[in-house]
Design a protein around this ligand. Structure first.
Ligand code: ADP
Ligand code: MG
Length: 734
């Protein structure tokens, strides 16, 4: 398998949606976005600028205007990427843009209309069609996961309890890079199954949200597909290639309003776009090429997409824009963002024989089950032939012969039937036998019964084994099996032709773009001037052109500066709010929390670099916990628990065994009774109760004190003094 070590730029395409009916009726006529499909250019008009101001032009790998079809975008820009994933590369497609510009439309589309299906359903089709058409020596395993990042928490959309559990954690391994721990992953055998997975996830997404639009504009949805393919290599061994596909529908890129919000709302607002601004910073750092530090660790999203941006993956970014004039600023920001992403270089390579391939485990398990089944079949056959009295003629090595599982099942069933018949006959014979004693008969019948039970158990075990084997095997998709379903070779040809056309269009556009660049240079070189006048004219023309370019660049610089100032102001504002919040918290800590408590808490704090947050150390250190628990107090030597001198004496006297140890409640307190008549009266009135107490009878202690007298009455209460008073008052009144 060839390993492509060369680098490859992130592919960026821009799509503009049609004007909505509302925009058509309310806004000024016409959109502000023009597209040159041939050149892959987007021309943006500033609705507020005077007509003399030049329009802004951006060039991308491809552009799709409002009349573009889902299928065109897929065939031209996505199909090659999915083909790479099927060949074992990592691939990522992400949709970026303002809310309402068609990210979800592009990624998912309208499921019921085949014409309007988005990238994801088309990818499902593509993957499973590819598998069914591949050669029969290939085995595939397809898995899908679906997650969402909301307020910097990862939620598993396929886990029914995802709403109740804490967000999932990210882990990193040298083999697979960054992954989500404990993420549900569903093995899918068909388009229908994977669509079901998608639907379950989409429903889970909608259920948690009070306002779906609001929610989806603030959360990132990632659909992950892993395609593992095993194929015998030239060395005769099976090699596994694993392609991972991330389909990402990002949160709306519009600025979240942060003005005027405080407390939790502020934190929320700061967190919502944290992932997106971190993504922007990562893209900037990568596009710049000079910065040595790429801030992947700043957010969950960037960590998850680490490989897709500047790493081992092929990446396509679909930037979506709307044509409405009122969204000019956001559209411009999106185009700039997309323009920067073009400069990112990835290093995709085929993932061959990774250690974590699930397919290998499946294959091993299937082989094990198969061996077990064959072994069983061999044994039952042997038995059968022993029973039949036939000689076992075949060679032993036939045990390893590959068998159809139905055959195994049929033979096992047959064998059981025969055995049962035989045992039944034997039972009859025993019952009819006149010479046997009743006892002996019973014994023989019992033995037969047991044999029959064993037989059935064995049969059941074989059935279970076969079922498991079948279930496992059905999960693996084998190429070429369903080829009859797709005999329409014509369709295949048609698809190939379409692919070719898409490829050609792409190449044509690339050439056009190159030509445009070269033209400008070439004209200059070829120019020869016949007269001075001509030269002046030509140079003036050129000067004008350059001047226009200069103006454009100046405007661009101004724009970028403005943008920079704006985002800086916003950040400053957020910082001010956060500082205020912090000061407020400090104020509370300084004035309302005792310093020793504060110190205790401070001493327990530690920073967890894995999860990027502060945590409490456990109160008792983990390692010393067990030893501390085991240590016995010194005073307890020889006894079950610490014991006072008083109790020891009591024990020596041989009193009631129940009171051998300490009973704090019965201890005599050396306390002068308070000098209030009510209490004294109370005590007198209660004395009969005290005299009745069992401890008093045993002579362990004499309860004299007022304090204890209350306790004996209200022993279940925790608030002794209060309840004591309440109890004594009515007693005194008696
Ligand atoms: P986002 O996910 O970016 O917030 P949506 O995908 O929900 O935006 O799109 C908003 C609306 O615009 C939807 O009603 C969608 O059907 C429509 N829409 C978006 N893009 C297109 C397009 N290319 N063609 C037709 N309708 C579109
Ligand atoms: Mg959406």
């Amino acid at each position: 398998m060839s390993k492509n070590k060369s680098s490859e730029a992130v592919k960026v395409v821009v799509r503009c949606r049609p004007l909505s009916r509302k925009e058509e009726s309310t806004g000024p006529a016409g959109g502000i976005v023009q597209m040159d499909l041939r050149l892959g250019q987007v021309i943006l008009r500033n609705p507020r600028a005077p007509p003399s101001e030049p329009q802004k032009t951006f060039t991308f790998d491809a552009v799709y205007d409002s009349s573009s079809k889902q299928r065109d975008l897929y065939d031209e820009s996505v199909r090659p990427l999915i083909d790479s994933v099927l060949a074992g590369f990592n691939g990522t497609i992400f949709a970026y843009g303002q809310t309402g510009t068609g990210k979800t439309y592009t990624m998912q589309g309208l499921w019921l209309d085949p014409e309007k299906q988005g990238v994801i359903p088309n990818a499902f089709d593509h993957i499973f069609t590819h598998i069914s058409r591949s050669q029969s020596d290939k085995q595939y395993l397809v898995r899908a996961s679906y997650l969402e990042i909301y307020l910097e928490e990862i939620r598993d959309l396929l886990d029914p309890n995802h709403g109740n559990t804490r967000g999932l954690e990210l882990r990193e391994s040298p083999e697979t890079g960054v992954y989500v721990q404990d993420l549900t992953s569903c093995v899918c055998k068909s388009i229908k199954e994977i669509e079901e997975v998608m639907n379950v996830g989409n429903q889970a997404r909608a259920v948690g949200a009070t306002d779906m639009n609001e929610h989806s504009s603030r959360s990132h949805a990632l659909f992950l597909i892993t395609v593992e393919c095993s194929q015998p290599g030239p060395d005769g061994r099976k090699h596994i290639r694993v392609g991972r596909l991330n389909l990402v529908d990002l949160a709306g890129s519009e600025r979240q309003a942060k003005t005027g919000v405080q407390g939790d709302r502020l934190k929320e607002a700061a967190k919502i776009n944290l992932s997106l601004s971190a993504l922007g910073n990562v893209i900037s750092a990568l596009a710049d090429g000079r910065s040595s530090h790429v801030p992947y660790r700043d957010s969950k999203l960037t960590r998850l997409l680490q490989d897709s941006l500047g790493g081992n993956a092929k990446t396509v970014m679909v930037a979506t824009v709307g044509p409405a004039p009122q969204h000019y600023d956001e559209t411009l920001t999106t185009l700039r963002y997309a323009n920067r992403a073009k400069n990112i270089q990835n290093q995709p390579r085929v993932n061959e024989d990774p250690k974590d391939a699930l397919l290998r485990e499946f294959q091993k398990e299937i082989a094990r089950l198969r061996a077990q089944l064959n072994h069983r079949r061999f044994r039952s056959k042997q038995k059968k032939e022993q029973v039949d009295g036939e000689a076992w003629e075949r060679d032993g090595d036939e045990e390893g012969e590959e068998l159809e599982e139905e055959e195994v099942e049929k033979e096992a069933e047959e064998f059981v039937k025969l055995e049962e018949q035989r045992l039944e006959k034997e039972n009859e014979a025993i019952r009819e036998d006149q010479f046997l004693l009743a006892e002996e008969k019973q014994k023989l019948l019992g033995e037969n019964e047991k044999m029959m039970g064993d037989l059935r158990k064995r049969q059941e075990a074989t059935e279970q084994l076969t079922a498991r084997y079948k279930a496992m095997e059905s999960k693996l998709l084998v190429g070429g099996k369903n080829i009859i379903d797709h005999t329409n070779e014509q369709q295949k040809m048609l698809e190939m032709k379409r692919q070719e056309i898409a490829e050609q269009t792409r190449r044509e556009r690339e050439m056009q773009q190159q030509m445009l660049v070269q033209d400008e240079e070439a004209v200059e070189l070829r120019e020869t001037f016949t007269s001075l006048q001509q030269e002046v004219e030509a140079k003036t023309k050129k000067l004008k052109k350059l001047y226009a370019k200069l103006q454009c660049t100046k405007a661009e610089i101004k724009d970028v500066n403005d943008e920079h100032v704006r985002s800086r102001q916003e950040l400053e504002q957020t910082q001010n709010e956060l500082t205020r919040e912090l000061k407020f918290k400090y104020l509370i800590i300084e004035n309302f929390i005792p310093p020793e408590e504060k110190n205790k808490i401070m001493n327990r704090l530690m920073f967890d670099p894995d999860e990027d947050e502060w945590k409490f150390k456990p109160l008792v250190p983990e390692e010393s916990k067990s030893s501390q628990m085991k240590k016995r107090p010194l005073s307890a030597v020889g006894y079950k628990r610490p014991i006072s001198q008083y109790a020891r004496v009591a024990m020596a006297k041989g009193t009631h065994p129940r009171y051998r140890a300490e009973n704090i409640k019965l201890l005599e307190l050396d306390m002068t009774p308070p000098n209030t008549s009510a209490l004294t009266d109370g005590e007198q009135n209660q004395s009969p109760t005290l005299n009745n107490s069992p401890s008093n009878d045993k002579g362990i202690c004499k309860s004299r004190s007022w304090y204890q007298s209350q306790k004996s009455i209200t022993s279940s209460s925790s608030n002794n003094s209060l309840v004591g008073c309440q109890m004594t008052a009515p007693a005194a009144a008696m």
